[in-house]
Ligand binder design. Structure first.
Ligand code: NAP
Length: 299
């Protein structure tokens, strides 16, 4: 039976949460997090804390002494913030990066919700990574989070393709510490794609290729995509990238990165507030915002 009592907020006094990054002015997190706070009747303000690198220490210090409940952390501070915190949980320790800070009893605790958010987004596609041959294109921060998350699910093979091959090799080396050994780091070239893409069940774009304003390009030649593949593009602006469109046209199951963005944010919301996030509302808010912002595809 439905509970007719109004839901009690775990955060009863006014407080602030912010996103720390540089540059971070164009972050979408304030849009959907503020909508979620409003929906759940939380007296919270979500702010953008544009933080030049030499100000990181003072921004983190100010979180200790004020009515601040926590933060999101984005580029370029996901790693450098760690020594400034009191502790990090297992999710952040595994990846060596923090995207969410929670203040609890005066302590600043780092978490990483990117990997969980990504795995949930894959699960929406009806995909379980266990036993799959998966290619991640990219070896930057996002690729790193999802590679660690995937390695916990024992795919049969994880191919890491990056423009700078050395970065792909380094990522593969650090994954070995998780006792997952089936990685193949390769250079991201036409020839290597031709060789490796047809062997894959799952393709993941973790580069910025295809992102607005260069929204008319794709990291993978269309003809290499097979109808039985799953394609996940971390790019979410445009909502449907050229890669996603072409993959769907070739019969593959494909989606863009908005679901990961919302799910990592939903986990952060719950860490700060202790209550479930209104995920559908967060998604609808951000879809409407992006659609209203710019006509971001050319067709
Ligand atoms: P990052 O750390 O700067 O890494 C960028 C990656 O893209 C590197 O691997 C880089 O290769 C590669 N790259 C960039 N331009 C390229 C090009 N023209 N050709 C080939 N490779 C290229 O960035 P990040 O944080 O990992 O983000 C990567 C993408 O994921 C961005 O589009 C970001 O918006 C998206 N993202 C989405 C979510 C989500 O929730 N959906 C979360 C995080 C990030 P090199 O190493 O060779 O430079």
């Amino acid at each position: 039976m439905a509970n007719s009592q109004p839901e009690k907020s775990p955060l009863e006094t006014y407080g602030k949460i912010g996103i720390i990054g540089y540059p971070v002015r164009h972050s979408l997190s304030p849009i959907f997090q503020q909508a979620a706070f409003h929906d759940r009747k939380l007296n919270l303000l979500y702010e953008i804390w544009e933080t030049p690198p030499d100000k990181l220490e003072s921004v983190v210090a100010s979180m200790r002494s004020s009515n601040i409940y926590g933060a999101n952390v984005t580029m370029p501070f996901k790693e450098t913030i760690i020594p400034l915190l009191d502790s990090i949980d297992q999710s952040a320790d595994l990846v060596g990066a923090v995207n969410t800070v929670v203040k609890s009893e005066g302590q600043l605790i780092g978490h990483n919700t990117d990997g969980t958010g990504f795995l949930e987004a894959l699960s929406d596609l009806g995909l379980t990574p266990e036993g799959q041959t998966i290619m991640i294109i990219g070896a930057g921060g996002a690729a790193r989070s999802i590679a660690f998350a995937l390695s916990q699910k024992q795919p049969s093979c994880l191919i890491i393709a990056n423009r700078d091959e050395g970065r792909a090799i380094n990522l593969a080396k650090s994954l070995k510490a998780t006792a997952y050994n089936a990685m193949i780091p390769i250079a991201f070239t036409k020839t290597t794609l031709q060789e490796w893409v047809p062997k894959c069940d799952v393709l993941i774009n973790a580069t910025s290729i295809g992102m607005y304003p260069d929204a008319d390009i794709s990291p993978i030649p269309d003809k290499l995509i097979k109808s039985n593949m799953f394609v996940y593009d971390l790019v979410y602006n445009p909502i449907e990238t050229v890669l996603v469109k072409k993959a769907k046209m070739r019969g593959a199951v494909a989606t863009g990165g908005l679901s990961m963005l919302i799910y990592q944010g939903a986990h952060a919301f719950t860490l700060w507030t202790g209550i479930p996030a209104p995920r559908d509302l967060m998604m609808q808010t951000i879809e409407a915002y992006i659609a209203h912002q710019k006509p971001n595809t050319k067709d």
